[in-house]
Design a protein. Structure first.
Ligand code: NDP
Length: 510
């Protein structure tokens, strides 16, 4: 195949070489010292043993042995890119956030898309929610909006997160994905039903990362002037249009090009450099006043629920554009770390129980995967000067020089910014008995019912039932029956269709 017929991803090395060939120097050790030989060890005679003195060989082998870091326990396989967010509509009445300060304001961003359950090398075209996380490099620090391609999620309580994930990953004995585990958990926790219906609908297998919407999913808070609080949702809609893969096509692609979505994103951005058409999304919020929140028929802080568009219309805010591929995948994407607790002034958390769990667990996983100083890695670094009392640890690049490492001190602090009092959330009155409250039975079916009856047309319904049946037929009978009962509670028609389809399906025992 001639060079110009190959896609930009395939041409990457040729292009790099053309650009850099005049500046390529000589090979060195990690210490920058010239190395006399790259392709041979030092031996005693032509066919004799290797000498211990060959430290260049040992450096290479030792480094190679340490080249992998733990893969993410979820969202291991992904793709990422860089670009900018631009404000197109003023929402400064809701928030003092500098990101939304004025129309035309641009903030640099990084984005990572991912699949949830598979391991690092797994196929991109599987039925799985997609992670869709945004990192805003703001002048007020890093804001991470760690979203998905769905506005809802599988559970309300973070204690169930590891349970859910384990049920979707490998069986500890067989080391295989296990459909009994998968459906056992989901059918025993019916608050997952809304998300399961999205997952098995047409949108459960997006055609690449560019053709899907994104959602901050949780309820967040916006803090305006005088500490005025508004609850909010963040939504980003694709400007490329929604495109999905049908399950057969997706399976075929998984065999031919497991990196389909990664390749598509890379090529779209490289091609965009010529056409000036880059992947982009329009950014919206939905808002709810604290007073309105008290009077909803559903819990606005329950992540298994959406806020209906009719009552809480989308408010246009801006757009974001991805116009730069990573300079190096490992440095920029494997090492990128998003944390829902990275919230900048004017944007805050909410009593959403799952969000509360995520506020502490993400930093913890990054410390395990990347080390205590992961926020000093270039891709995670804030534009702001970091001034605090944390020091040392592995890979401490910015160790804050001679500044005091304790507080209070007589050497200039640093002390808290007195302006912070103007943007912290207003005081919240909270009352209640400290106890265990399982929210598993909190209205699990009303919104899935609306999804079935109002959103899906006849084709959408029958494809949803088909996709569910194709998965359920791989489970044991009692788990399958329990799952059908759950879907019957969404709508008896849905349950009947599923029951009939499973009765005529040949149940496979893979
Ligand atoms: P609307 O009737 O105003 O709009 C329906 C929404 O569903 C649209 O956002 C549409 O996306 C989206 N949609 C269409 N097909 C699918 C699919 N297969 N999987 C996931 N989403 C899909 O929504 P309401 O606000 O009145 O809510 C009705 C129901 O719609 C909800 O119970 C929920 O199940 C679903 N929904 C609601 C969302 C919300 O934030 N309110 C968001 C997504 C779904 P698009 O705009 O691209 O056409």
């Amino acid at each position: 195949m001639s060079n110009n017929k190959r896609d930009p991803a395939s041409r990457q090395l040729e292009e790099w070489y053309e650009k850099n060939k005049s500046q390529i120097g000589y090979v060195t050790s990690e210490a920058g010292v010239a190395v006399p030989y790259a392709d041979s060890s030092i031996t005693v005679g032509k066919y004799g043993p290797i000498v211990l003195e060959d430290f260049n060989l040992f450096e290479q082998l030792a480094h190679f042995n340490r080249e992998r870091i733990p893969e993410r326990v979820v969202h291991a396989k992904g793709a990422g890119a860089f670009g900018y967010f631009e404000v197109t509509h003023d929402i400064s009445k809701y928030t003092v956030s500098k990101v939304f300060e004025y129309v035309g304001k641009k903030t640099n961003i990084a984005v990572r898309f991912s699949q949830v359950a598979g391991n690092l090398g797994s196929a991109d075209t599987v039925r799985d929610p997609r992670g869709f996380a945004l990192k805003f490099y703001t002048e007020e620090g890093i804001w991470d909006l760690v979203g998905n391609n769905t506005p809802i999620f599988f559970m309300r309580d973070p204690i169930l997160f590891p349970m859910f994930i384990k049920s979707q990953k490998r069986n500890p004995v067989t080391n295989l994905r296990d459909w009994d585990m998968f459906w056992d958990y989901l059918s025993l926790r019916p608050e997952s039903t809304h998300q399961v219906m999205f997952l098995f609908s047409d949108r459960g297998i997006p055609d690449g990362h560019r053709h899907q919407h994104g959602f901050g999913s949780h309820t967040f808070s916006l803090i305006g002037k005088d500490r005025k609080l508004t609850w909010c949702k963040f939504i980003y809609k694709t400007n490329q249009g929604i495109k999905n893969l049908d399950p057969d096509k997706a399976q075929e692609i998984a065999g031919k090009d497991p990196d389909y979505a990664l390749r598509d994103l890379y090529n779209a951005i490289e091609n965009g450099k010529k056409t000036k058409e880059f992947p982009s999304w329009t950014f919206y919020i939905q808002v709810m006043t604290p007073e309105e929140a008290k009077h909803q028929s559903f819990n606005p802080f329950d992540i298994t629920k959406v806020w209906p568009h009719e009552d809480f219309p989308l408010i246009k805010v801006g757009k974001f554009v991805l116009n730069q591929n990573p300079g190096n995948y490992f440095a920029d994407i494997e090492q990128i770390a998003f944390s829902p607790n990275n919230l900048t002034p004017g944007i805050g958390a909410s009593p959403d129980r799952l969000l509360q769990g995520r506020l502490i667990s993400y930093q913890d996983t990054h410390r395990y995967r990347l080390g205590a100083n992961y926020e000093q890695l270039v891709v995670n670094t804030t534009l702001n000067k970091v001034s605090n009392f944390q020091r040392d640890g592995r890979d401490a690049v910015n160790n804050q020089g001679g500044a005091p490492n304790y507080h209070p001190n007589s050497f200039g602090g640093p002390d808290p910014d007195p302006n912070a009092m103007s943007w912290i959330p207003p005081p919240a009155k909270v009352e209640g008995d400290v106890d265990y409250y399982d929210l598993g039975e909190d209205d699990n079916y009303s919104q899935p019912r609306v999804f079935w009856n109002k959103v899906l047309d006849e084709g959408g319904k029958s494809r949803l039932v088909d996709n569910l049946a194709n998965s359920l037929k791989m489970t044991s009978e009692r788990i399958r029956n329990r799952a059908v009962e759950v879907f019957s509670k969404v709508d008896p028609d849905m349950g009947d269709r599923l029951r009939n389809m499973l009765a005529t399906e040949i149940v496979v025992n893979l």
